[in-house]
Design a protein around this ligand. Structure first.
Ligand code: FPP
Length: 250
């Protein structure tokens, strides 16, 4: 029997890629504002639709067996946006955190955060703490939200911590190496990302995981974040599977 009109226009779901799967995917979710403008909507509508993309990508990561997904949800620079947009983003985050916990638990997803979360409004911090506590025992996928995050600030804080250890006579400066720096970053518990995805076609890192992305494969797509779905994630992972990772060797 022929399908309905909608099943004729909806493309069939893409199968998960069969090649190598990144252990850790990091995403710069960009283009929410442009998506909204293109539809004559408010920027916040773009962010709301972006939250649906987050939901779908978490599902996609679970299907693939990805262990860590780090999302650039709010940078320190984003505080400079109009007050109404910042407040709207914080409320959206709170709603997402409250609503998504049952689904995260069903899927075995542990929620964590990196960045200066102490700078978030109290209600957002509480929502975050509740979601972290409620999902802490899950061990299939770690979803890391970068919030009030700046990679330069993260590196500066690591340098300050190392300097304090030197000053206290606990650390020989000559013993400081890449591992000891990594151990002082917010991301110390996670492996470095294998794949970085940036949506909306921009070719920059925007102060995201500058240290951790040293050997990461980049995948840039023109798709705006609110339109990004599981199939786009699979496409990125398929492209990743075709890369020849040499880590500087031959
Ligand atoms: C960049 O698009 C996006 C952000 C600054 C915010 C990202 C937030 C979300 C996707 C909301 C939901 C997140 C979670 C974790 C529930 P932009 O506004 O800079 O877009 P533009 O460059 O087109 O203006």
């Amino acid at each position: 029997m022929r399908g309905s009109a909608s099943s004729l226009t909806t493309p069939p779901p893409t199968a998960p890629p069969s090649g190598p799967v990144p252990r850790h995917i990091a995403i710069i979710m960009d283009g929410n504002g442009r998506w909204a403008r293109g539809k004559g909507l408010e920027r916040l509508n773009g962010h709301e639709r972006g939250a649906e993309a987050v939901r779908d990508c978490v599902k996609g990561c679970r299907e693939l067996g990805v262990e860590y997904l780090t999302l650039y949800a709010f940078s320190t620079e984003n505080w400079k946006r109009p007050r109404a947009e910042v407040a709207g983003l914080m409320k959206l985050l709170e709603r997402f955190l409250a609503k998504e916990v049952p689904e995260l638990n069903t899927q075995g997803v542990r929620l964590e955060a990196i960045g200066r979360v102490e700078e978030l409004p109290e209600s957002t911090r509480k929502a975050l703490d509740r979601a972290k506590a409620a999902t802490a025992a899950n061990d299939k996928l770690t979803l890391v939200l970068a919030l009030s995050y700046s990679s330069r600030v993260e590196i500066v804080e690591a340098v300050q911590a190392l300097a304090r250890e030197v000053q206290a006579g606990k650390l020989d400066p000559a013993a400081i190496d890449a591992e000891s720096v990594s151990r002082h970053l917010y991301t110390r518990a996670y492996p470095d990302p294998d794949l970085l995805i940036r949506t909306s076609g921009e070719m920059r890192l925007s102060n995201f995981l500058l240290w951790q992305l040293s050997y990461t494969e980049f995948y840039i797509t023109q798709t705006l974040w609110p339109d990004f779905r599981k199939d786009d994630l699979f496409e990125a992972v398929r492209a990743y599977g075709q890369r020849n990772r040499r880590f500087g060797a031959l």
